[in-house]
Every structure is written in C-alpha cells, then in structure tokens.
Design a protein around this ligand. Structure first.
Ligand SMILES: *Cc1c(COP(=O)(O)O)cnc(C)c1O
Length: 394
C-alpha cells in the first residue's frame, strides 16, 4: 500500500501511542476526582497543556481541549460572533475555500442574521491581507481565514492578515489544522486570537484537538455539563488522547525542518512528473504550498474513477476533500480558484508524508499517467476533443 492521503489523516506515531498507554492501563483516574490518582491525571493534563502551548507560542491557560479541528472551528467562530453581536457587530469575513467546519458554521450565523462576506480566492489559491483590510467594516466582529488549505495546499499570509486584524481591532481566527506540526506557528508573533488544531493531522490520535483562545477573548461553551476546561468544554477529558496529542506535536515540531526538506524534494519530483500528463494543471501556488501537497486537475476524467483505479494499484489518494468525496458536487475549493465544473471534477490530491519513499513516488508516477489515459480512452467526450469537434479547456 502506498499511503498518499496524509491531509485526510496520518498514521499515529509510536511516540504518541506509547505516551497514551500508561493513561489507559494504570493512570486511568478522572482528573476531576479529588484523590491522588485523579490528581495525577489532572497534573498530566496540565503538563500536556503546557507542552502544546509551548509548541505554538501560547500560554497553557489559553489552550482548550476539544474533540478535534471541527469542534475548535465551531467554538471559536460562534464565540467571537456572539461576543460581537452583544456590541451590535454582525459582520464576519472569511474566504470561499475554507473547510466545511468553518463554512457550515458561517451558514448557521447567516440564519441568525449575521452578514457573512466570503473573500474571493486568487487562481493561485491565495488570499491577500489587502483584501482583508478593504473588507473590514465598523461592524466586523470576526475574520476567520485558514492557515493552509487542505485540498490545494496553499499557505496563506496569516501573519500579515493577523497584523491587519490587530490594527483594525477585529478578532482573528485561523483554522490551522493543516499547518500545526507542518509549518512554523507562533500565535503571539502572528497576531492570532483564535487557532484550531487537530491531532490526527500530525500523527496523533483521532478525536482530539485544541482551540487556542487568546487571554481575554470571550469563549462560549458548546456542550453543557461539568466545569471541565475552565467551564468552556464540559465532559470528562480524554486524558490518553491529550497525552498522545502532546507527544505527537512535540515530535512533529522537533522534526519539522528535517522532514520538510525531504518532503519538498518528493513533492517537486511528483509535480514535475505529473505535469508531463497533457491537458493537466497544478492547483495551488507552486511555492507557497504545504511541503507534502500535490493537487492536479486532469481534463476529461472523473476524479472518483481515477481514485478507484489507483486503489486497485494500492495507492490511497483523494479527490477534493474527504467531506466532498462521496457526494457528486465538485470541490468548492477548486471552484473558488476559478476551475470550471468540468475541470474541477477531474482532480487528484496526493498528500505525502516524510516516510513516503522515492520508490513510492516513482511508482505513483508510473501508475497515474496510465490510469488517466485509460479513463480518457473510455470517454466519448474525450474522443470528440481529440477529433476536434470539442475544444480542450486545458
Ligand atoms: C481535517 C481538517 C479539519 C477537521 O478536523 P477534525 O479533527 O477532523 O474535526 C478542519 N479544518 C481543516 C483545514 C482540516 O484539514
């Protein structure tokens, strides 16, 4: 099996697994219990909070554990919006290519009477700070813009966007689920007020993540119940998962630069090779992209069919995101960067990890062009393009 879908999820590292085991076997106490065993769990939880905070330049009291990236996105956006509403501000700025955890939360806000403005994305997958500066109004209560896009891998200038927001005194949330552990992140230096992260995107366990909320930012609880997470997230803490997340994050941050060089080499080779396929286009910026992300559109094919052929060859890849696959709608991300419906349907995302090998990349480069050709040969539309009855788009 060649696993090239690390933007969907990653293999848990053995460091993370080993950090979890003691908290399942012996130290299984409830951190809210007053006896020693419970207090040991509470201490472990706090030390994990300190370690996670240190990795992103935050204070431990600014970290709230959640069930993952989606919950962190929901909580940050709803909190900032409702806090703004209390001051009469109901305008929210975001982008057209956010993750659905953000976009669907914004749709909820629209139903509550908020005005949501989605900034257009440039063809290279970029959103610029000037766009944010121009869009901010008197009644803007939140800017929420992702750090790196999960489909096309473009890395946004969040530091500069954060500076604009700080200057205009508007809270800034960033969905950094694809960035944390893969790119440098420092919430203080980058003027970030809220940040979402998720452990399973950096070799930690699934179902655990965190929300960073800067000191003084209002947070509302999405789940009613006990007073865990300083009253902002009820429910007994998932101590083993938190320990796994802390270990995975420290490991990811420690090895980041070493892995990045290797990944960029693999990515460059893959992009070079796939560019040889006629009537294809790379999606996202060539340089400002996640080290492991490769995303192409191939004219004349269906991404889903391509995935099935690749699966037969043992390659795990993706077309669009895990959330849109399974539905027939083309990716909102590809539409946002201006790809036509027809082209957007023929997309392939390969997201590499540092333990992918050069041989695997060469294997992918043997299989993908053949699979694309096979699908094109089956397509009546393609025959019309070849014969000149229909025009090529790419
Ligand atoms: C995976 C992902 C999420 C969702 O995180 P979960 O932990 O799976 O809920 C949110 N945003 C982005 C950009 C992602 O890649």
């Amino acid at each position: 099996m060649i696993y090239a879908d690390n933007a969907a999820t990653t293999r848990m590292s053995s460091t993370a697994m080993e950090a979890m085991l003691p908290y399942m076997r012996e130290r299984f106490g409830n951190p809210s219990s007053l006896y020693g065993e419970g207090q040991k769990a509470a201490e472990a939880l706090w030390s994990a909070r300190e370690r996670i905070a240190a990795c992103i330049g935050a204070l431990p009291q600014e970290i709230y554990f959640t069930s993952g990236g989606s919950e962190a996105d929901n909580q940050a956006i709803l909190s900032a919006a409702h806090s703004g509403e209390r001051k009469g501000k109901k305008h929210v700025i975001s982008t057209a290519f956010e993750h659905h955890a953000v976009l669907h939360t914004l749709q909820k806000l629209e139903k509550e009477g908020f005005i949501v403005e989605l900034l257009p994305v440039h063809e290279n997958g970029m959103v610029y700070p000037e766009q944010v500066a121009e869009a901010v109004r008197e009644d803007t209560c939140l800017v929420t813009i992702m750090y790196a896009n999960n489909e096309i891998g473009s890395v946004l200038p969040v530091t500069e966007i954060g500076a604009v927001c700080r200057e205009k005194k508007v809270p800034f949330h960033t969905d950094a689920v694809q960035a944390v552990g893969h790119l440098p992140v420092h919430v203080k230096e980058q003027n970030i007020d809220f940040l979402s992260l998720s452990a399973h995107k950096f070799h930690g366990p699934k179902g655990i993540g965190a929300l960073y909320a800067r000191r003084g930012m209002a947070l509302e609880s999405l789940i009613a119940g006990g007073a865990q997470e300083r009253g902002k997230r009820a429910g007994t803490e998932n101590v083993p998962a938190v320990m796994g997340m802390a270990a995975a994050l420290e490991e990811a941050c420690r090895d980041r630069q070493k892995k990045q060089e290797r990944l960029i080499r693999l990515r460059t080779r893959l992009i070079e090779g796939l560019s040889q396929i006629p009537h294809s286009v790379l999606n996202g910026d060539a340089d400002k992209r996640l080290p492991g992300n490769v995303n192409f559109c191939f004219e004349g094919i269906e991404g889903e069919s391509l995935l099935l052929l690749l699966d037969d060859e043992g390659i795990c890849a993706s077309s669009g995101s895990a959330c849109t696959s399974g539905s027939l709608a083309p990716s909102h991300v590809l539409l946002a960067i201006g790809r036509s419906h027809e082209i957007a349907h023929g997309s392939l995302r390969l997201s590499l990890d540092a333990d992918n090998t050069e041989e695997e990349v060469e294997q992918i480069l043997k299989i993908v062009p053949k699979a694309v050709e096979r699908l094109r040969n089956l397509s009546p539309l393609w025959k019309e393009k070849i014969s000149g009855k229909l025009r090529f788009i790419l």
